[in-house]
Design a binder for this molecule. Structure first.
Ligand code: ATP
Ligand code: MG
Length: 235
């Protein structure tokens, strides 16, 4: 996976109950780009991320990460370079302690324990949970759980970072901290959010989904500064 671009080619996804969540998404995201994925509830943002992290596979069309097509065969390889912060942090914290959750990814990558520890401590410090590692997730507040979920992905140092509504539950300080972390991140970021201000502070490109299709793909500045366009995009 030399060049970690992400390419979606006419991607369709239908859930088991028949819901057409994605109806022909084509996009190319270059390495190092920071893209805000915007759109109303149910427009397909989370579904697109699930397909990018090999958790689901397109009903038709193709997702490529670098030159690797996302398939069941390549799933574990894909997940080594793609890190996904789920919309619901409860889905990500399952170990006895927060430290173990944050160390889980690096351990899974079979890194030496010293490196695992370095990465876990660094990620916990970054998100402001330095002294919370020994707690269980149920002992944290909602916002702290969100931060722990973010740390559990940062510790893997992914080439492509997917964040699904990461600022939900975060207070002003944690949100500002998140913006700082993401602005220092050198790799690709795909950020699904309803928080336009957050999107504008982190991303340079906006992709708006509507009913499973790309409705707009433009520099985020030209979207944010155009109230007519924002209205047209229902944002
Ligand atoms: N497990 C599922 N089974 C059936 N349909 C689903 C499932 N998950 C999502 N959907 C449907 O797929 C469509 C896209 O949902 P998705 O979760 O991708 O939207 P979203 O843009 O992330 O929305 P939100 O802003 O609310 O997070 C919606 O119509 C939704 O109802
Ligand atoms: Mg969603």
């Amino acid at each position: 996976m030399s060049h970690h671009f992400v390419r979606y080619t006419d991607v369709h996804y239908r859930y088991n109950d028949g819901t057409e969540a994605l109806r022909g998404v084509s996009l190319e995201i270059k390495h190092g780009e920071r893209v805000a994925l915007l759109g109303l509830n149910g427009s397909g943002k989370s579904t697109l991320m699930l397909l990018t992290d090999a958790l689901f596979y397109p009903t038709s069309g193709e997702v490529n990460v670098g030159d690797v097509p996302v398939t069941e065969k390549t799933a574990s390889m894909i997940r080594r370079s793609v890190g996904f912060v789920f919309q619901d942090p409860e889905d990500m914290l399952f170990m006895p302690t927060i430290y173990d959750d944050v160390a889980f990814g690096p351990r899974n990558m079979q890194l030496p324990e010293e490196e695992v520890m370095r990465r876990a401590e660094n990620a916990l410090t970054l998100v402001g949970l330095k002294n919370m590692g020994e707690k269980a997730s149920y002992q944290l507040s909602g916002g702290q759980r969100r931060s722990a979920a973010i740390a559990s992905v940062l510790s893997m140092e992914p080439d492509i970072l997917l964040l699904d509504e990461p600022s939900a539950n975060l207070d002003g300080k944690a949100r500002k901290n998140l913006i700082e972390i993401l602005n220092k991140y050198e790799h690709t970021i795909i950020l699904a959010t309803h928080d336009l201000d957050l999107a504008a502070k982190i991303c340079h490109r906006a992709v708006v989904l509507e009913e499973g299709r790309v409705k707009l793909d433009s520099p985020i500045e030209s979207l944010i500064s155009n109230s007519e366009l924002l209205k047209e995009m229902s944002l």
